[in-house]
Ligand binder design. Structure first.
Ligand code: ZN
Ligand code: ZN
Length: 132
């Protein structure tokens, strides 16, 4: 082992190693580890909404964490290794979601529907005026 572990950390270290091994052996387990860690480019209009691995709303999103957690030895690793890293505001701002959650999206759809109905109504009234 190239780095020293505190005695208290040893059980956690072996637990993380076991988890990482499982990720490497089992593609489904690895897929679950990275579930919803990417932003779906279709947003809520995703054609594969229920089965999609990616996040459609900010509330669904999970930061991509490293399978080696705090024991990662790769200096260039871009994944997250502890919770404080992804609680940072500068990271949250990089998440490019149109809607925070499904409720916001539905509200927006209803608003669009209302706007459309208003436009239709206005068009009808205009026609009505033209016709008389
Ligand atoms: Zn999707
Ligand atoms: Zn890492």
């Amino acid at each position: 082992m190239s780095f020293n572990l505190d005695e208290k950390e040893i059980p956690r270290y072996f637990e993380v190693q076991k988890y990482a091994e499982k990720c490497k052996e089992d593609p489904l387990f690895l897929r679950r580890h990275f579930w919803k860690t990417d932003i779906c480019k279709y947003g809520p209009y995703c054609p594969n909404f229920d089965m999609c691995d990616n996040a459609h709303f900010r509330s669904e999103y999970r930061p991509p964490t490293c399978i080696y957690s705090e024991f990662c030895k790769n200096e260039h690793c871009l994944l997250f290794h502890n919770e404080t890293e992804y609680e940072k505001e500068e990271f949250k701002r990089t998440l490019d979601f149109k809607y925070d959650n499904i409720g916001e999206w539905i509200k927006d759809i209803n608003k669009m529907k209302d706007d459309l109905e208003m436009l239709e109504l206005e068009a009808k009234l205009r026609n009505f005026k033209i016709n008389i």
